[in-house]
Design a protein around this ligand. Structure first.
Ligand code: NZQ
Ligand code: ZN
Length: 386
């Protein structure tokens, strides 16, 4: 049965090409605005110019240079700048890294104490500076959720925080931003959104028919449109559909009142932290292996997924579940995402030992929807022959 739930998502979505020109009307008049961005893609594809011209009546301060997998060290420089310049609104212009980084900046500006504790000790924040976003890479869903993932370059940790104060006030989704994305980032976006949906869907049945149908709808939309978009980034319909799917995959709707997993993400974050592998690629390595290790526990939902998403009709429940995992891995491979550890790094044993030690220290020894992702299961995943 679906559990009781509350669902509240305050982010205003502003979807469609041509919307950046309107952003001024969503920002309170007389705000002093900090514009945050990444390593320069927005200066090459014209989005920076569009944003600056849309904000010409505002007093604007800029902070560029937020790297992919944003670091606490970089973000603290933005926090200091924002405090010094008395910023009262932030506009994030970028992908998940810039939006996540901006959430941290917004939470840290008025935080009294060691700001790293927001991430490492889940320290409560009392307020957050309001912010909006212009999304340039459909992938993470950060544009419509309250979570952020931040790395620490001193100790190679990657930590997550979430707070209801950290929903963007608005997010602009212009599918045309996809035109300038490198192919590998288009693939990353499709795979990340795909895995977000699976993390909330491949658990165990609770008769949540609408949740399941929405998830299956997002997954089939991503398969059909993702394949088209990967081969032709100027296909506008595919771009619109992928962008909206990525947002819907992680805005809280499909997980409301139902079990969710997230173990693939938690293990994947460690691979990014240690080996600098793109976030989505870590998921494509871990997810099929994790599902194979837990097939008995997940087989009912996996078989449902096999039938409704991949149209696999023949075989026992277990066989359909196995085929569904194979189809998922093939989908990642079709968009040129490799799924073996050995495609990315060699020192598997050392990596595994560090992950187990970190997870034990954090008391993360029973992850997943049933607490079945133990250090032993993580070892199984790493001991797969690849
Ligand atoms: O830095 P710039 O120059 O902007 O270049 C970026 C970066 O190199 C580039 N890019 C972005 N938009 C572009 C573009 N290049 C050309 N044209 C455009 N329109 O793409 C590269 C990757 O950007 P990034 O923001 O790092 O990618 P993504 O959106 O995949 O975000 C990844 C981060 O989000 C976190 C990940 O852990 C990772 O740190 N996640 C956040 C989540 C959340 N807040 O809910 C959930 C996710 O599971 C994920 O963990
Ligand atoms: Zn993700």
């Amino acid at each position: 049965m679906i559990n009781n739930f509350e669902f509240y998502n305050p982010t205003k979505l502003i979807f469609g090409n041509g919307q950046i020109t309107n952003i001024a009307k969503y920002i309170p008049a007389n705000s002093k605005v900090l514009i945050t961005y990444g390593m320069g893609s927005i200066k090459k594809n014209g989005i920076y110019d569009e944003v600056i011209s849309a904000l010409n009546h505002f007093n604007v301060v800029e902070f560029g240079g937020i790297e992919a997998n944003p670091t606490y060290q970089t973000l603290m420089r933005a926090v200091i700048l924002a405090r010094k310049t008395n910023i009262d609104y932030i506009l994030a212009v970028g992908g998940g890294s810039v939006i996540d980084g901006t959430k941290f900046i917004s939470a840290a500006i008025n935080f009294d104490g060691d700001e790293w504790n927001i991430l490492s000790k889940n320290s409560k924040i009392q307020s957050a500076v309001p912010f909006g976003s212009v999304l340039t890479l459909p992938a993470t869903g950060s544009e419509m959720n309250s979570g952020a993932v931040i790395s620490n370059s001193d100790n190679n940790e990657k930590r997550v925080f979430a707070n209801p104060l950290c929903y963007p006030k608005f997010s602009v989704l212009e599918p045309k931003v996809i035109l300038s994305l490198p192919k590998t980032q288009i693939a990353n976006g499709i795979a990340d959104a795909f895995v977000h949906t699976l993390e909330q869907y491949i658990t165990y049945p609770v008769k949540a028919d609408l949740h399941d149908k929405i998830s299956e709808g997002i997954l089939t939309t991503l398969i059909d449109n993702g394949r088209v978009l990967y081969n032709n980034s100027s296909d506008e319909d595919a771009a619109h559909n992928v962008m909206f799917s990525a947002t819907m995959a992680l805005n809280g709707l499909i997980s409301a009142g139902v079990p969710s997993d997230w173990a693939t993400h938690m293990i994947g974050h460690e691979l990014t932290a240690m080996h600098k592998i793109d976030h989505a690629k870590t998921l494509a390595i871990i997810l099929p292996k994790l599902y194979r290790s837990l097939i008995e526990s997940k087989k009912e939902k996996l078989a449902q997924y096999g039938k409704n998403v991949w149209n696999i009709t023949k075989g026992t429940e277990l066989e359909i579940a196995e085929e569904a995992i194979n189809a998922t891995e093939k989908f990642f491979n079709d968009i040129e995402i490799k799924t073996n550890f050995s495609d990315y790094f060699d020192n598997k044993k050392q990596t595994l030992d560090i992950i187990i030690e970190r997870f034990k220290n954090r008391k993360w020894t029973k992850l997943g929807e049933k607490g079945m992702v133990t250090p032993e299961i993580i070892s199984d995943i790493f001991n797969e022959n690849d």
